[in-house]
Structure formats: structure tokens, C-alpha cells
Design a binder for this molecule. Structure first.
Ligand code: NAD
Length: 257
């Protein structure tokens, strides 16, 4: 059991990376607070974890609000008595996100509220709880777009992920001597609902895959495996990293035919 006796809070747990991570963390011995806005999906997930012999609690909260983040952390401590692993993973990519000229202010603001402010608020309430437990691991989901730009723009999303990466580095430094590790998980393009809704034609999907040396989209489970490493004590000397799990995308200049 790689997460035996640990308590993990996972946001965006109803779908994609969050869902796969909740299943994997529970399988590896963690008690999981599964946080999402989607009550039906997160309740079904918790039942699935319980059926498999794991421990989890559903928490319905909006990570873009302070009361939502305060509530999710309080529920976790009330239910399981502590917090060791905080996975700030919930995020949105709005379909009308484009370049600076085409992106509406409303799209910019909402994307920032969920993706960037949501991570800050998760840390604001989550890090004190981790400190009360004597230390632990924070994992913030950024993206490869925090590191490289794309001609198919999603400006608000890209900027929000840049913010996540920058705040992760700074918090890693701030809390390094308190036993709190803070890392960013930077996924490449994945075959999850979030991206498939954005790349909604086969042509757009193939256009994106041209840049991935492995020639395929990543799977949510492959991000969960990376998050497991960052959550566990196996990564005890790892903090402040941009952990790229991207099929080689950011290493590529020219990709194989
Ligand atoms: P997903 O859409 O499958 O799941 C995201 C979950 O977050 C959903 O269950 C949704 O209900 C929840 N959520 C959205 N807003 C919320 C809010 N305000 N409060 C609480 N929950 C909220 O997405 P995914 O692909 O699993 O993405 C997870 C993370 O990975 C996101 O931060 C995303 O930006 C990032 N990411 C995804 C990709 C990709 O290709 N899919 C690539 C890089 C980074």
C-alpha cells in the first residue's frame, strides 16, 4: 500500500484525472475526500470505492469560492481526522476560449476563477490542514500549455495554467522547511471529456497529435499514476517541480512520421 494511513482530498473527482486518481489512491490505502460540483457522479464514485473495500466521502463544493474550499477541507478533517495529500485538480476549458482578440472577458474571468483562484483557495485552506497533520504533499494540476504555446489558442486556459505553475513553485519554496511538498502535475493532451469537447473534430484531434512524439493522447490513468508518485513518500525529495507527463510533447522539435 503506497498511501497507507494517508488522507487525500481530490478536487474534480467526478471525471477524468480526478476520478481515476480517487480510485487509485483508495486502492493504495488512502482515505479519499472526493470533491466535485457533480453530486451524482461523485456519489457513484464513492460507492464504487466502498464496494472495492476502500474508504471515501463525497464532498460537493465549488473550488472557485472560499466557502467551497473551506467546506471541503473541513469535511475531510471531520470525516477522516487529518489531511496528508491535497490534489487541486478541478479545472475547466471553455469552448469559446480563443486568442486575445476573440476571447470574451467573461470567459477569461470564469477560467481564472476556477483554474487559478481555485488552486490558490485550495492551498489557502488545505495547507493549514496539512500542517496540522505534520506535513504532506500538495499536487496542483497545471498543463503542458504552462510551458509551451500553441497556434490553436485557448488563451485564458493557458494563462490560468501558467499561474498554477508559478504559484506552485513559490509555495514549494515557502513551505519546504515545514514538511509540505508542493508540485505541479503538467499533463499533455489527454483522451478525456475536457479536451475531446474542445477538439471536437477528427481534423482538430489529428492536428494536435502531430506534436506528440508518442502519436497518441494520454490516458487519465497515466496521470493518476504520476499523481500517486507525487502523493506518496517515494517522492520525499521532490518539490517545486513541473512534472511533465506528456508523451514527449515538450521535448519535441520535429516528431516522427
Ligand atoms: P474533466 O472535465 O474530465 O474533469 C474535471 C472535473 O472538475 C469535472 O468533474 C468537473 O465537474 C469538475 N469541476 C469543474 N469546475 C469545478 C468547480 N468549480 N468546483 C469543483 N469541481 C469542478 O477534466 P480532466 O481532463 O480530468 O482535467 C482535470 C485537470 O487536468 C484540469 O485542471 C485540466 O485543466 C487539467 N488538464 C487536462 C488535460 C486534458 O487534456 N484533459 C491536459 C492538461 C491538463
Amino acid at each position: 500500500m503506497r498511501l497507507g494511513n494517508k488522507v487525500a482530498l481530490i478536487t474534480g473527482a467526478a471525471s477524468g484525472i480526478g476520478r481515476e486518481t480517487a480510485l487509485l489512491f483508495a486502492e493504495q490505502g488512502a482515505a479519499v475526500a472526493a470533491v466535485d460540483l457533480n453530486e451524482a457522479a461523485v456519489t457513484a464514485l464513492v460507492a464504487e470505492i466502498a464496494d472495492a473495500g476502500g474508504r471515501a466521502v463525497p464532498v460537493i463544493a465549488d473550488v472557485s469560492t472560499a466557502p467551497g474550499c473551506e467546506h471541503m477541507v473541513a469535511m475531510t478533517e471531520q470525516t477522516f481526522g487529518r489531511l496528508d495529500v491535497l490534489f487541486n485538480n478541478a479545472g475547466i476549458m471553455l469552448s469559446d476560449d480563443g486568442d486575445a482578440i476573440s476571447t470574451d472577458e467573461g470567459v477569461w474571468d470564469r477560467t481564472m476563477e476556477v483554474n487559478a483562484k481555485g488552486v490558490y483557495l485550495g492551498c489557502k485552506y488545505g495547507i493549514p490542514a496539512i500542517l496540522r497533520s505534520g506535513g504532506g504533499s500538495v499536487i496542483n494540476t497545471a498543463s503542458f500549455v504552462a510551458v509551451v504555446g500553441a497556434a490553436t489558442p485557448q488563451l485564458a486556459y493557458t494563462a490560468s495554467k501558467g499561474a498554477v505553475l508559478a504559484l506552485t513553485r513559490e509555495l514549494a519554496v515557502v513551505h519546504a522547511r515545514q514538511g509540505v511538498r508542493v508540485n505541479a502535475l503538467c499533463p499533455g493532451p489527454l483522451r478525456t471529456e475536457l479536451l475531446m469537447k474542445f477538439l471536437d473534430t477528427e481534423e482538430k484531434r489529428q492536428r494536435r497529435l502531430v506534436h506528440v512524439p508518442m502519436g497518441r493522447f494520454g490516458e487519465a490513468r497515466e496521470m493518476a499514476d504520476a499523481a500517486l508518485f507525487l502523493a506518496s513518500d517515494e517522492s520525499s525529495y521532490v518539490t517545486g517541480t513541473e512534472f511533465l507527463v506528456d508523451g514527449g510533447l515538450t521535448a519535441a522539435y520535429v516528431t516522427p512520421e
